[in-house]
Design a binder for this molecule. Structure first.
Ligand code: ADP
Ligand code: MG
Ligand code: MG
Length: 496
């Protein structure tokens, strides 16, 4: 009839007998009973969104993808729907951030050294040199990320680790939640899913990190300007090959956009670690801030020249993010030492703060605790054996814990290179994980990271804040969780 031409045109299969009204649409929060057509549509929309908005990483199948921007990009692996997380634990994790920031600053002033592995030894050597020459860091900048899991049995929020160097994903992680398909997706499909976009907390990690870097730059340049010297630059130290480069480019593009004083190419630059020595001396250009997105792994120091570069930077007056002592304060050995009784009291005065920190510490032991080592050999599945390494993929689990401990019992030298940690078993739930354009449904577990920034100039604390978050989700049968390492996917949070 004539009037039918005024009805909206519908896509897809149309049931002409469809009398369903809105109220009969059931919310489909559950993953099992997800309508397959809706699922396919959401996955497709999300993949398009990632590609259009730069939620991408280098594709490992393309040779130059870690070197040349724009070559061989693939969407970052992601969880289709945000992970449900209790509001109270979210609040708790946020509150802990400024206390951990403060703790790192205090611990960094502690001169005590411990027995460690060869790599950490080299870092400690630089630290000892700084103590010898009585080097003081006047302006101190920390860009940290503290990671947690929610223990299923006790429902406690337990810290996995605190990262003080190269905390990754402030760029892609917040893209995933703010502008992200989580919110976009929920704006589009929330009603059908029974999910409310307002429950995905705001996440401005990259902007907050950029703000802290720019502020540190300003603090440094204040006294240069007073001496009528040229403005110094921000130096971002990166790995030669980095498939996670877009995460770093997000941060640097925000720096350029929001802080135009950093705009011109010669007062801001990104540089490879291997060429640091050359660059720091080039044309006498002074460096205000060195931001490390490299330097946390032995592979970043293929020759003595990288160690010389690190030492050169540490000796300089530039603000180091992190300084060698902030870097060391984030090692797993220090995490384990801080969990010992009455150690926190050496660094913090506020009793409430100490209680809050202790509440989120899981069991942590050194390998000279023979009772725990014996226990771990008997029941290895309840422990994680951790070397002093960063970047994921280094931990030892299950029967390998037993084997490694038995081996380590022979020669005592290597023992100091590891710590033992209580294995945390978080709540598992069915999730949709998307990698390489394919959506898998699996039982998954999540890890929440809270970014924190800390900046002080002499006695004045300029910045000590929570700066957004990162959720990484992985298949529950996988031990490691790194997104870049290929185990996990980026996710966001849905407060419940
Ligand atoms: P890295 O510095 O290499 O990231 P982590 O301590 O974060 O080292 O360990 C890597 C991953 O291993 C974590 O993201 C987490 O998925 C898993 N993991 C670490 N510690 C534990 C633990 N105590 N219980 C369960 N899983 C853990
Ligand atoms: Mg780490
Ligand atoms: Mg980690």
């Amino acid at each position: 009839s004539f009037t039918s031409s005024f009805l909206p045109l519908k896509c897809g299969k149309v049931d002409i007998n469809d009398t369903q009204d809105e109220t009969s649409l059931k919310p489909i929060m559950g993953v099992e009973n997800m309508n397959p057509e809706l699922l396919q549509k959401m996955v497709y929309d999300s993949l398009v969104w990632c590609s259009l908005h730069g939620l991408v990483v280098g594709d490992k199948n393309v040779k130059k993808s870690g070197i040349v921007p724009g070559v061989g990009m693939v969407h970052a692996p992601f969880a289709l729907l945000p992970t449900s997380f209790p509001q109270s634990h979210w609040q708790q994790a946020c509150e802990l951030t400024s206390i951990f920031n403060e703790l790192v600053d205090r611990v960094s002033l502690d001169g005590k050294t411990k027995k460690v592995d060869d790599f950490t030894r080299r870092l400690l050597d630089i630290h000892s040199k700084m103590l010898e020459i009585n080097k003081k860091e006047v302006i101190r900048l920390g860009l940290h990320r503290s990671d947690y899991m929610l223990d299923d049995q006790t429902k406690d929020l337990l810290q996995i680790e605190l990262n003080t160097i190269s905390s990754s994903f402030p760029g892609l992680g917040c893209l995933n939640s703010i502008w992200s398909f989580s919110r976009n997706l929920l704006n589009h499909y929330g009603k059908e899913l029974g999910l409310h976009p307002g429950r995905v907390p705001e996440n401005a990690a990259a902007a907050q990190y950029a703000k802290a870097l720019a502020q540190a730059w300003k603090e440094y340049n204040n006294y240069r300007l007073a001496l009528c010297l040229n403005r110094a630059v921000i130096l971002i130290v990166v790995q030669t090959e980095e498939r996670n480069m877009y995460d770093q480019h997000w941060l640097s593009s925000i720096l350029k956009e929001r802080y135009p004083f950093l705009h011109s190419t010669d007062n801001w630059f990104l540089v490879l670690f291997s060429s640091c020595t050359v660059h720091t001396c080039r044309g006498g250009q002074a460096v205000a801030v060195v931001y490390f997105r490299a330097g946390y792994a032995p592979a970043d120091y293929p020759s003595e020249s990288e160690w010389r570069a690190r030492l050169l930077m540490e000796c300089s007056s530039a603000v180091k993010c992190p300084s060698i002592s902030y870097h060391l304060a984030g090692t797993k050995k220090v995490q384990q030492e801080l969990a010992k009784p009455s150690v926190l009291e050496r660094f913090l005065e506020n009793k409430d703060d100490i209680v809050k920190l202790q509440k989120c510490f899981a069991g942590l032991w050194s390998l000279d605790d023979s009772k725990v080592v014996k226990d771990a050999i008997e029941r290895p599945q309840l422990f994680v054996l951790k070397p002093q390494r960063e970047g994921g993929g280094n931990n030892i689990y299950d029967n390998n814990v037993r084997e490694a401990l038995l081996k380590l019992q022979d020669g005592s030298e290597e023992q100091a290179a590891y710590i033992l940690m209580q294995r945390i078993f978080p709540i598992t739930s069915p999730m949709f994980l998307v990698r390489d354009g394919i959506c898998h449904q699996d039982q998954a577990i999540s890890e929440l990271g809270i970014y924190g920034a800390y900046l002080r100039n002499k006695e004045k604390v300029i910045f000590n804040d929570q700066c957004g978050y990162l959720v990484r989700t992985k298949v529950s049968s996988s031990n490691e969780g790194g997104v870049a390492a290929g185990y996990g996917v980026l996710d966001s949070i849905y407060l419940s």
